[in-house]
Design a protein around this ligand. Sequence first.
Ligand code: ADP
Ligand code: MG
Length: 674
Amino acid sequence: MKKHQHHNDQHHEHDQKGHEDHAQHHNHQDHHRMMIKDFKRRFWVSLVLTLPVLLLAPMIQNLLGLSWSFNGDRYVLFALSSIIYFYGGWPFLKGLVDELKKKSPGMMTLIAVAISAAYLYSSAVVFGLEGKTFFWELATLIVVMLVGHWIEMRSILGASKALEALAALMPDEANLVHGDHIKKVKVSELEQGNIILIKPGEKVPADGVITEGESDLNESMLTGESKPVTKTKGQKVIGGAINGSGAIKVEVKGIGDDTYLSQVINMVQEAQGQKSKTQRLADRAAFWLTIIALTAGFGTFIVWLLLGRELSFALERMVTVMVICCPHALGLAIPLVAAISTSVSAKNGLLIRNRTAFENARKITTILFDKTGTLTKGSHEVVRIVSLNETYDEQAILNYAAAAESSSEHHIAKGLQRKAEEENLKVPESKDFNYQSGVGVSAVVEGKTVKAGGYLLLKKLDITAPNETAEDGTETKIFIIIEEQLVGFITFADQIRESSSEAIQTLQKNGIKCFLLTGDNEKVAAAVAKELGMDEYLAEVLPEAKQDKVKELQAAGEFVAMTGDGINDAPALAQAEVGIAIGTGTDVAAETADIILVNSDPKDIVNLLLFGKATYRKMIQNLGWATGYNVIAMPLATGFIPGLMISPAFGAALMSLSTVICAVNAQLLRREMG
Ligand code: ADP
Ligand code: MG
C-alpha cells in the first residue's frame, strides 16, 4: 500500500487525527484493563462473603446435616447478602440503568431484575414477610456472573492485544545521518526527507526508500511472509521490519501515524469496530432473547402463583428463567470471532476493510482479475524502441515518452524512467500532464504535445495502427504521438507472478471461474489467459467497461469478486461484491477495495476465501451455542417439567458455561490460519 502524498498543512491535520485515534485506542484498552481489575476485585470479595452465606443457609445446613444456627443469624445473612448484592451486583445494576437509558434492555437488565427480585423478596422475609429467603442462591448467582464477565473481558482484551503487538514493533530511536556524522534521535523527531542509517539487526524506524546499501529485511510481522526479502537502492522499506545483515541508508518518507504500520493498525481497529451483517443478526437475536426472557420469567412467576405455589418458589423460578436466558454468550459470540479473525488476517497479509465482504467471500462464484500489476509483477522492462518517423530517432522517442510520463505512477512510466536512467538521458521537463486511465497520458514537452498510450489511444485519435511485424510478441506496446503524429512505439516485457498460476488453479478447483480483464491489448491478454488457464478473457477494456462486466455477471446471478491494482480498476472494485486490491497498487484501488492483499500475492486470495469461510462457520457455530442451549435449559428452569428443576446458581453456571464455550470456540479460529 502506498502512502498518500500530503500537502504540508493537510499532512499536519492528518497527523493530529491519527494521534487522536491512537489516544482513543489506548484509552479504550486502559478502560478495559480497569474493568477487568474491577470485576476481579468484586468477584473475590463476593466469593469470600459467599462462604459464610452458604454455611448459614438453612438449606445447605440441612444438606450437610449440620446445625449452627444462632439467634439473629438471619440478620447476619441479610447483612452479608446486602454487601454482595450492592457491591458484587453493582456492575449489573449500573448496566440496567445504562440499558434503560438507551431504551435497549439487554443482559444487564435481565441480571439486574433477577438479582433485585431475589434480594428484595428475601429481605422482606427477614423483616417479617411469610416465606423463605434465598440469599445463598443470590450470592452464588452474583459470584458466577462476575466470574463470567471477568473471563469475557479478558478474552476481548486478548483479541485486541494483537494490535498492541503490531504497535510495539516500532523502535524508539533512529540514527540520523548529518553529513558524515550520525546522531541518535527519537523516532518522533524524524522528518520527511531525513536520511537515516539502519544498522544490521536493527528495526526500521520509519517508512522510506533505500538510498544506499543492500540488505535482507524481515517483514514477517507485517506481511506474514516469513522469508526475508532482499532490498537495495530505490526500494521501499516499511517501518517495523527487522534489518538483516546489511547496513542501509534510507530516506524517510513516512513517519508516525503516516507509516504503513499505523495505517494497518487504524484499519484493523476500524474493521474490528465495524458490524457485519452476521453481527447485526446476533444483536437482533440478543434483543429478542431479552424480550423472551423477561416474558418467560414473569410468565413462569404468574403461572406458579396461579397454580397455588408460594411466592418464594414462584420468584425463584422467575429468577432462574431470567438468568438462563441471558443473551450473554450471544453478545460475545460474534464480536469475539470478528476481532480475532480481523487481527489474524492482518498478520497474514490480508487487510480487511469491510467485514461483510470478507464474510461473504464464501459465496464467490466468479473472480475477475486485472492483468497488469495484479497477475503480473508490473516489471515493465523496455524491450524495443521503434521509430516510425525520421525526425525522431529511438533516443528522442524514449526521451519524449519518459518526459511525458514523468508524473505517471503506472508501471509503464516507471519502466521508461529506469530505461532513461540506464541510458543516462537527461529527460526534459514536462507540463500540463493529463492521464486517462486505461488509455494513456498526454503532456507538453519542449512546447510540443506528446501523447503516449496503447491501441485505445490510437482509436481515440483516429490513427491507424502500424502493421504488426514478426517481432511483435506478446509485449505491452505503447505508441508515442507528437503533435498529432505517430512517431514510434515502445514495447515492454512484464512477468507473470510466480504464484498466479497456482492461485488460479486452486480457485478453479474450488469451483470458481477466473476471468481476465485487462486494458492491455488482445494478443497479450490471450497469451496470459492461456498460460494461466483462465476461463475467459476480455482485452482493451476501459475502466467503465470493467465495471460493466462486473454488472453483467451479477445480473447473470454470479457472486463476483474483483482483483485489481490500478485507477482503472476502481469502478469495478467498488461494483463487485468483494473488491480485492493488490498491496503495491494505487491508493485509489486500496481505498475502494474491501480487502487489501499486503503481499501482492494472488495466492492469498485462496487464504482469504478459506479464512472467510472459517470465520463465518465459527460465527454460525457460536450463534448455535449461544441460543441453542436455551431451548433445553429454559424448560428446566421454569420447573414445569416434573423431577427436572435447576437452581438459580446452576442456571447461572450453565449460562456462563455457554459463554465460555463460545469464547474458546472463537479462539480456535487462530488455528485455521498461521
Ligand atoms: P490492466 O487493466 O491490465 O491493469 P493497465 O493498467 O496497464 O492494464 O492499462 C491498460 C492500458 O492502458 C495499457 O496497456 C496502456 O496501453 C494504457 N496505459 C495505461 N496507463 C498508461 C500510461 N501511463 N502510459 C501509457 N499508456 C498507459
Ligand atoms: Mg492493473
